[in-house]
Ligand binder design. Sequence first.
Ligand code: SF4
Length: 363
Amino acid sequence: MPIGIYIHIPFCRSKCPYCDFYSFASGEPQKEEYAKAVCRELEKWGRLDTRADTLYFGGGTPTLLGAERLCRIISKAREHFSLEGAEITVEANPSGDVSEQFYALKEGGVNRLSFGLQSAKDCELLSLGRRHTARDAEKAVNAAQKAGFDNISLDLMLGIEGQTTESLTYSIGFCKDLGASHVSAYILKIEEGTPFYDRRHALCLPDEDETSKLYLAACEELEKAGFSQYEISNFAKKGRESRHNLKYWNCEEYLGIGPSAHSFLQGRRFYTPRDFDGFLKEAQYIDDGPGGDEEEYIMLRLRLTEGVDAGDFRRRYGKDLPPRLIKKAKSLDGLVECDEKGIRITRQGFLVSNRVITEILSE
Ligand code: SF4
């Protein structure tokens, strides 16, 4: 099976108050050092002579590394892995100043862009502490399309201060009108250690019921706009699902490069610590135990609307889905669907997916 490659680019212009990804502001010399360190790691891992059918630059804000360095990393990956026909994604901030990079990225082999739009309402963007406006996003997406990108994903956030089903519907219409092929709609989570966490009592965020309504409205409106749900938070036009992210949910293998990146290779999970200088000197890969067992596979697959496929489970583990697990799934009526094809969580069930998955696996 081909693997996926994830490359973490830990640079951001400034820190959004809700974000706990590993990223910070930096200068050009640090970026150059980092690009060299990533190439060094690709060379090291490339000795495995493996095929990779997805390459994903996430962050942080990968475009801050600059198109020349990103393309250099892609060339290095091509030298050491077979990347033929690979989906190559770059995450980008939807601000005007990235536009000039798009031609070079396309030329370098990037065929998918993912923009952190979050909302098409400027007041919601302001409350999230984002630097771009809806107009900036429109310009950036138009520039990407002009450069030849037809596979564009936009991220939306649910549960923003002041967000209503009307404002969310407006943001979804905005994505559709811009010609997006994929939308991710994540519920805002207040993570410990972020400025939002410190101010959590002062924030006027939608409560649990309101957030549930926003989620269900997002699912409905996105379907109406032609985006089919394929994972709890992900929606795509036909054939435009994220091949890279599907690897995570299908419990397939991937190599993660960069501080905070996680990997799953040859049955083991491991990660690189959040230590930029340490990574520049010598990357650490910390063992995180075995991966890909039955329980983990079920847990990950249940995030997909397709759910756990009974045939696929049999092919992978050489046995049928455990009857006790099926019995438990059947008892969660309305939250889970269960038939001879397998087990799937319903949209209502996705609202409480963690609880549903825990209950199923408790059997
Ligand atoms: S731009 Fe993205 S990665 Fe960077 S701080 Fe904001 S949310 Fe986090």
